[in-house]
Design a binder for this molecule. Structure first.
Ligand SMILES: C[S@@+](CC[C@H](N)C(=O)[O-])C[C@H]1O[C@@H](n2cnc3c(N)ncnc32)[C@H](O)[C@@H]1O
Length: 304
């Protein structure tokens, strides 16, 4: 990401979580605050832009109006299903580790417009939350929170970092992070924007600096994402969109090699959900057209 650039994909993820919370039923993930973090004109701009994409791609298709076209885009062309199911996966497992292991800290890497600390005041006494994000995106979010008049919860800490330049351990040590307290880390919607070396260097730092038994959950794209004959058309469209937004998708992993790569860092791959497992867990039985996307996997990794 460029130095002063606010992440457009973070705003888009918030739009898609907010859209799902407002318009879809049943809900996979209810981020009822996401829309509030976007200005009305930003929501309108996304809706217009997405509608235009649908109209350009399907000129012969008849829609009953903008709402219909937008709903088609969200279900069939966007990565909304990723945004909502990855958040659900992370927060379900966070709750489980808090209950079963007594996790006390939640590190949200590349937090974007994540609303966890505001949405879950009920967990405020149990969890210290650290939003770790690129300085430009984090500053813009903090300004938005101030404009909205939201009070920052007492358990919320902001840690600015550029993963490609700064060391995560150094950054969190400057905050109230307690390196002896069991930690849960989510890293959602970020690994594919970073160079492979940066992803592994960050995971190595985590392995060396958080207590054993701590968890990291991240999503990643598989290697087929980068093979022209194998990449799904929805992913191809998403790659073009993110490239134009200045946040190109550059990194993916071979699902079958991940356990070995992580073991060399002192990390155990506890779970590695494939697209079909994500489909079965979150999308089975829905009557709309949300489905797990073709190249996305969810990894749950434990520090050993
Ligand atoms: C698609 S958003 C994901 C936001 C959020 N985790 C979600 O799931 O909605 C990508 C996030 O990665 C962050 N990011 C991208 N490159 C980064 C870098 N080099 N250093 C720090 N953060 C970065 C962006 O600022 C943005 O918040």
């Amino acid at each position: 990401m460029k130095k002063d650039q606010v992440s457009l994909t973070a705003m888009m993820a918030a739009y898609e979580r907010g859209y799902h919370a407002k318009y879809d039923d049943p809900k996979i993930f209810n981020d009822f605050l996401a829309f509030e973090l976007l200005l009305q004109r930003e929501r309108t701009a996304f809706a217009q832009q997405f509608t235009k994409i649908v109209e350009n791609c399907f000129p012969a298709k008849k829609f009953s109006g903008q709402e219909d076209a937008l709903s088609f885009f969200m279900q069939n062309m966007s990565s909304t299903s990723d945004m909502i199911s990855r958040a659900r996966y992370a927060e379900d497992n966070l709750e489980e580790t808090v209950k079963k292991q007594g996790v006390q800290q939640y590190l949200i890497l590349g937090a974007g417009l994540d609303t966890f600390a505001f949405r879950r005041p009920d967990m405020g006494n149990q969890l210290r939350v650290f939003e770790v994000d690129h300085p430009a995106t984090q500053l813009s979010k903090r300004q938005r929170i101030a404009e909205l008049g939201w009070d920052n919860p007492l358990n919320l800490n902001f840690v600015p970092i550029d993963f490609t330049k700064d060391n995560l351990e150094t950054a969190i040590k400057r905050s109230f992070y307690d390196s002896n307290a069991l930690t849960f880390i989510s890293w959602l919607g970020v690994t594919y924007y970073l160079p492979r070396d940066t992803v592994f260097a960050t995971l190595r730092t985590i392995a060396d600096s958080v207590p054993k038994g701590s968890s990291i959950i991240f999503d990643y794209y598989d290697a087929d994402t980068f093979v022209p004959e194998k990449v799904a058309s929805r992913m191809q469209g998403w790659k073009q969109y993110t490239k134009q937004a200045g946040e190109p998708i550059i990194t993916g992993f071979e699902a079958s090699n991940l356990a070995i790569d992580l073991a060399s860092l002192g990390l155990r791959l506890r779970e590695n959900l494939s697209p079909s497992e994500i489909e079965e867990r979150y999308f089975q039985g829905r009557t709309d057209n949300y489905h797990a996307t073709e190249h996305t996997h969810y990894a749950w990794v434990v520090v050993e």
